[in-house]
Ligand binder design. Sequence first.
Ligand SMILES: [Zn+2]
Length: 458
Amino acid sequence: MDFVLWDHEIVFPDNMLDAYPEMRGVEYPYCFSHPLVFRFIDAKLDEFFARLPEVDGIDLTFAETHGYNLLEHGGCRCEKCTRLPIQEKVRRVIMAVYNACRRNGKRLEVRSYNQMPAHQAVMLAALRDLPKDIRIVTKNTIVDFRGTGYPDNPMLGAFPGQPELIELTACPEGSGYGYMPALLGDFYRDKIARVAAGRNLAGVALRVDYHLQYGHATFFTPGPPVMTFDTANDFNIVAASRLAWDPKSDVRQLFTGWARRRYGDNAARAGKALDRTAAISQGIFFVKGFSLLTHLNMVPHLQTIDDELKKSYLLEYFPDHPEYRGTYEALQSPSEGAIAEVVAEKQAAADAAEQSLREVAGLPDLERDFTTARNAALLWKDIAAAYFRLLRVEQGREDPAKLAAAVRTEIEDACRMEKESGERWPVYPAARGITAYDFAREVIERGKLCCISVPACR
Ligand SMILES: [Zn+2]
């Protein structure tokens, strides 16, 4: 097995400009055109590989870089830098890292990841016709993982002649992040057999970690680290891995075999209960197919929902798609009927989770999992009702009575869940996001609801 390290470029040490003031840029900390930039990259990678010879290569990414963010910033405004298109800057860094990898006997992968259509265009140009041994890694859909219903990433297969990998998540991000079971065998089959094989991709890059427990300061759940392997989502790793070797693998057979190995004599009922989890997670975290009402599967600030509704990736990347546009407009000015439909999606998820919970009685891990899933469905039903009622109140289309009732229900449900399951997700965020109580406070404030308070849950 190879060990490849994820790397953002360009990131300089904090005191770089103290040591090399001549690198200072115009209207930007660093000048990209200064030759020290590339001497620095060369020296850094040579030193890195010398110190960690067991590393087999670099996986290079450009979005979300905290340093000299080539993809997302304009950067230095000097005459030389201004003349250089962004894709050329990105490409020069790729080639510098590639050459460093080669002279150290290592390999390079480059992620095409981007968060805006304009950046997508830059990456399409920057990654075209690179040396043939550079692998290109592209997420299954635009921007971040967003569950199972989002469209295929148009960049998949955009680099003929290059070994391309489809990037998938087994945790799975967007479908509950691993805080509840979401077994997505059919999704992996579709993405690997139809998309990866259909577009002649070379393979799959699968995220199997549960990295929020380590990577974000806000994570507070105590106890030992939990990996995807430790949860029922282990099946996602099994399914995606087997499908990567053979895209024609029968998901049903994989599932039955896996359930038998994991649950022994209880395999039939565990399997039946887990079979609903893809639909349950879809019902919780999506609103008519849009990822909405969540901050990466956590209870969100109201502003996060507003932003997602105003600037949905689906609309930004597919502006002319009539169905996305229609759904978006229906959600922006929600009718009674639209609210009822959204609430019904969440209720169906809660009912399915409740049914699974009954079926796994006596299996403690799965009882806990389906309690969590049911709680999440109920909580997001409340969040949906409160958010869309709030829009109607703000738009002057109804008085606040139904909004007040929705907030009261949300607070009561959250408190009941906390009493039952403790201070844990989904009432408390595991990373990012806010608590269900803070969400209620925000709705009360913005809806100008005068006579509701959020008591401490005791
Ligand atoms: Zn410059």
